[in-house]
Design a protein around this ligand. Structure first.
Ligand code: HMG
Ligand code: MG
Length: 307
């Protein structure tokens, strides 16, 4: 077990992974409002949208307009998903600072999510990575279903390691390991990361937990103990995945930041402003706040104001 890092970089995926799956109406103003409020919390990396087919994921339509109209914060990276060359060209035209390709560790999830096999997806990413390199835009690589697939069940850690290695060798600067349906525990997550870290340097790995089984924080702590220093999270625990029925949202950013503060790990994020942003977006969406820490902090503010 390694010493915990002094600093952790949080990748805020709420405006993408969160909002892509929200059932309610979602105006572009609300999406811009969310990204700008998140910018105000001190987050340095925000995944703002997605350049995918609007027929497949209607909620991410207009991501180009969002990126163009956004008031950007100095030193903040605004990223977007790009499944193919067309998505990449649109992202470049909107001045995305960074882009992400996304593959899966299980065949059925790959077919359902991006309509091609895992091997076909990697072949499709080659020109995306090449063009991004020419444009000087770094590429993140997501790998989904690293613990389990909603259609195929448990996914072997060795397969995850093999694919993470391929994405890394293809030029992804960081591989985000996604427990898409939140089935992992510190046991299975530790085994998976140990396997991947034999092939990809741990400094180039990130973790992406959905909190379906309530294990996300424990899984993050286990990941930090293995040397991981980048954690994906969504404010208010927004979202789910359109191609993974029953999967709940990402771990809530507020919960992650609260835990980091308790561990003495710097994130650069203002916890109260983050909680206020979580309250704002859940009110806009008319949905409940999935962050336990956020809810607790907001309730304590209410009591202080009443008392
Ligand atoms: P396809 O049908 O195989 O490809 O879709 P196609 O090239 O035949 O295109 C189909 C239609 O999409 C055409 O339009 C294209 O023009 C259009 P039509 O002729 O039918 O009117 N199209 C596009 N439109 C806008 N932007 C583009 C684009 N490309 C094609 N870039 C495709 C392949 C990948 C496009 C499709 O399957 C798709 O968009 N899938 C969306 C998948 C997605 O966004 N999933 C959610 C994100 S992944 C995730 O959440 C997991 C993650 O969080 C990690 C984790 O938790 O595990 C990252
Ligand atoms: Mg996800």
């Amino acid at each position: 077990m390694m010493a915990l890092p002094q600093r952790v970089r949080i990748v805020e995926v709420g405006p993408r992974d969160g909002l892509q799956n929200e059932p309610g109406e979602l105006g572009i103003e609300t999406r811009i409002g969310l990204v700008e409020r998140l910018t105000g919390t001190g987050l340095a990396y925000i995944e703002a949208g997605s350049f995918v087919s609007p027929k497949w994921v209607p909620k991410m339509a207009g991501s180009g307009e969002l990126l163009k109209r956004l008031h950007r914060g100095a030193g903040v990276t605004y990223a977007a998903l790009t499944p193919n060359l067309r998505g990449l060209e649109d992202a470049l035209a909107s001045d995305a600072d960074e882009v992400a390709v996304f593959a899966a560790a299980s065949e059925t999830f790959s077919e359902r999510n991006i309509n091609c096999s895992v091997a076909e997806s990697l072949a499709r990413f080659e020109p995306v990575l090449q063009r991004a390199r020419e444009a000087g835009v770094p590429v993140r690589g997501y790998l989904s279903t690293v613990i389990a697939c909603p259609y195929e069940g448990d996914v072997p850690a060795e397969r995850v390691a093999e694919l993470a290695d391929q994405l890394y060798r293809m030029g992804c600067r960081e591989i985000s390991l996604g427990d898409t349906i939140g089935r992992g525990t510190p046991g299975s997550v530790t085994r998976m990361i140990e396997s991947v870290a034999q092939r990809v340097p741990v400094e180039h790995l990130a973790v992406h937990f959905h909190d379906t089984y309530g294990q996300a924080l424990a899984n993050i702590l286990a990941s930090l103990q293995l040397g991981i220093g980048v954690v994906d999270a969504a404010v208010a625990g927004l979202g789910g995945c359109p191609y993974a029925a029953g999967a709940s949202g990402n771990v809530a950013t507020e919960d992650v930041v609260y835990m980091m503060e308790g561990l003495g790990i710097e994130t650069g994020i203002d916890f109260p402003r983050l909680c206020q942003t979580g309250a704002w977006i859940t009110e806009q969406l008319g949905r409940s706040n999935q962050s336990r820490a956020g809810q607790a902090w907001l309730a304590a503010q209410g009591q202080a104001a009443d008392g």
